[in-house]
Ligand binder design. Structure first.
Ligand code: PLP
Length: 396
């Protein structure tokens, strides 16, 4: 498609060409393992490209639909090329494995998604990689942690649970000077709210399970690379690992892209309304949500992000624990469940201290991660209000 349309127009058309689809608006789902060649010469020609970049050669190496989704993500992130994987976590682990070997040192933000952290500690640690966690506030001072064998910095911004926003451009500038590869888990930002590659990141990773698919009905990851060299490493690793995403999930993610921009705006609008209400409630200690001026990282958010979404974390006053459980069980509209980014509201208790090295946290209240969906906000507020009435302080 012509390249210079604005982003919202691009979202509608990217990765689809009705003339190639017998006129249908949407590209077909390609299910398949075997791809038939016309003759042996064609088979031999296909085998010459070890990265299997071009025509389909076997289901595991991609289909026209996965290529189209990857090219859409590449365009939105302004990268060189992308690789799909079967989940967001596997997109993170594949990216990490693409750039490490025994004996290297890597720097990982203390605030990353817990399963990513456990992969670094358990799998990479066992493979002889020296994993060091750093304070997410570090910014350019990360230079003091770089050693001669440091090869990678892994960021996630905002961080899971408390939404610590990192000074990504400052960290990437230091990394470039020391020839260290930078990888960022950009799931919260999506390709719309944070332009990772434009802010200096080499490899931008997404759990497309969240807002990109947007309907709680698929599992998918995608890795967007800045240039040919990063792409070759990631693609080769994905091939060696047997990474392969399902045809239906790729279809769902491509369909999700069409409405990503409107959905994010609505999520943000609804979340802002609920957060403003929450901050006025006597039961609430505080809310962690980057667009709020009380958020400790609001300046970086305003500098680097194009907007927010529907995810935030609520810290309650120190109520009796069972009364918090009763409150959560009483909610009718907030589902108790993991993940986020779908059309529905969710709530889940979290422990922000879990596996953290650099977190000052002495709050006594329960911490709840909330995702705001598209229900009427008046109904959501009434649901929370009824739940809050069940809270009481314990006698000590
Ligand atoms: C959910 C999530 C993941 C994992 O994605 P899955 O698709 O569930 O594997 C990775 N990183 C972040 C920041 C996430 O929120």
């Amino acid at each position: 498609m012509v390249s210079n349309y604005r982003q919202d127009t691009t979202l509608i058309h990217v990765g689809s060409d009705s003339k190639e689809q017998q006129g249908f608006v949407n590209a077909p789902v390609y299910r398949g393992s075997t791809v038939l060649y016309r003759n042996i010469e064609e088979l031999e020609a296909m085998n010459k490209d070890p990265l299997r970049r071009n025509s389909p050669t076997y289901g595991r190496f991609g289909t026209p639909a996965s290529r189209a989704f990857e090219s859409a993500m590449t365009k939105l992130e302004a990268g060189y090329a992308a690789v799909t994987t079967n989940s967001g976590l596997s997109a993170n682990t594949t990216s990490l494995l693409s750039f490490v070997k025994a004996g290297v040192h890597i720097l990982v933000a203390d605030s990353v998604y817990l399963p990513t952290k456990m992969f670094c500690l358990e799998i990479l640690g066992n493979l002889g990689v020296d994993v060091e966690f750093y304070r997410p506030q570090i910014g350019a001072e990360i230079e003091s942690l770089i050693r001669t064998n440091t090869c990678l910095i892994f960021m996630e911004s905002p961080g899971s649970h408390l939404f610590e926003i990192q000074d990504v451009p400052a960290i990437c500038e230091v990394a470039k000077r020391h020839e260290v590869t930078t990888v960022l888990d950009n799931t919260w930002g999506t390709p719309l709210l944070f332009k990772a590659i434009q802010h200096g990141v080499d490899v931008s990773v997404h759990s497309a399970t969240k807002y990109i698919s947007g309907h709680s009905d698929s599992m998918l990851g995608v890795i967007v690379c800045r240039n040919e060299s990063y792409y070759s490493s990631v693609r080769a690793t994905a091939i060696r690992l047997g990474q392969c995403a399902s045809a239906d999930d790729i279809y769902m993610a491509t369909r999700g892209l069409r409405t990503l921009s409107v959905r994010l705006k609505k999520h943000q609008e609804q979340a802002l309304e609920i957060v403003e209400w929450l901050l006025q409630q006597p039961q609430v200690e505080t809310v962690f949500y980057p667009p709020m001026s009380n958020h400790p990282y609001n300046n970086l958010f305003r500098r680097d992000f194009n907007g927010a979404n529907g995810l935030f974390t609520l810290l309650l006053k120190p109520y009796n624990k069972q009364s918090v459980v009763n409150m959560l069980n009483s909610l009718e509209l907030f589902g108790i469940g993991h993940s986020w980014g779908g059309f529905e509201s969710l709530i889940v208790p979290v422990d922000p201290r879990c596996l953290r090295q650099y977190l000052d946290w002495d709050a006594q209240g329960e911490v709840l991660r909330i995702h705001i969906g598209f229900e009427d906000t008046n109904d959501l507020i009434e649901d929370l209000q009824k739940g809050f009435e069940l809270l009481y302080y314990s006698e000590k």
